[in-house]
Write a protein that binds this ligand. Structure first.
Ligand SMILES: O=P(O)(O)OC[C@H]1O[C@H](OP(=O)(O)OP(=O)(O)O)[C@H](O)[C@@H]1O
Ligand code: HPA
Ligand SMILES: [Mg+2]
Length: 174
């Protein structure tokens, strides 16, 4: 049961189709190389698991925990690093895995931090791209779905820590 009003926006089938395509693009770009997926917890958990399973290229995985939204639907602009990578990324092909790019603050701070550690390459793979709300100049290299404005939940995305468990993505009604 939910206490928010919401409409189905992207079905599990649509999500799966986009992830298959993203994995094909990554496989093509990194033929005969290895990649390290840097997964931004918590929201990207389900996306990263499905993307990892869809990849054919040799892939490792590590995690960072960033948070800026808390119980709000607007970016606070303050990105908190709650825990960090275990893996040294120097000379690695790093792909940041994000569930959603919204204001861009989260990705901007992570991207700059990782860039300082001198990876061989650094790319961004985002399931959802909400361009309407962008406040900083950052773009994902691999984008699942470019969406309209609106707050979404499900498939890892939360409102106040709830609804991450839904297999589909829903648009919260205002
Ligand atoms: O582009 P931005 O405006 O920075 O928003 C995107 C980020 O916000 C959400 O994380 P949140 O802070 O809610 O943490 P969570 O992943 O634990 O839910 C989302 O999962 C992205 O990481
Ligand atoms: O639309 C959203 N839903 C959930 N979390 C988010 N973090 C940024 N934008 C969103
Ligand atoms: Mg959140």
């Amino acid at each position: 049961m939910t206490d928010l009003k919401m409409d189905l926006l992207y079905s599990r089938e649509r999500i799966s189709t986009e992830i298959t395509r993203l994995a094909q693009e990554i496989d093509r770009d990194y033929q005969d190389q290895e990649v390290l997926l840097v997964v931004v917890l918590k929201g990207s958990l389900l996306f990263a698991a499905d993307l990892l399973r869809a990849l054919k290229v040799s892939a490792s995985i590590d995690f960072v925990r960033l948070a800026s939204y808390g119980s709000e639907t607007q970016a606070s602009g303050i990105v908190e690093f709650r825990y960090n990578l275990e893996t040294p990324i120097r000379d690695r092909n790093v792909i940041i895995v994000e569930d959603i790019v919204d204001s861009g603050y989260t990705l901007e701070s992570l991207f700059n931090k990782l860039l300082h550690q001198q990876p061989r390459s650094l790319k961004i793979c985002a399931l959802l791209d909400k361009r309407a709300r962008r406040e900083v100049d950052i773009e994902a290299d691999y984008v699942g779905i470019t969406m309209e404005d609106g707050f979404v939940v499900g498939y890892g995305l939360d409102y106040n820590e709830k609804y991450r468990q839904f297999a589909d993505i829903y648009l919260v009604k205002p």
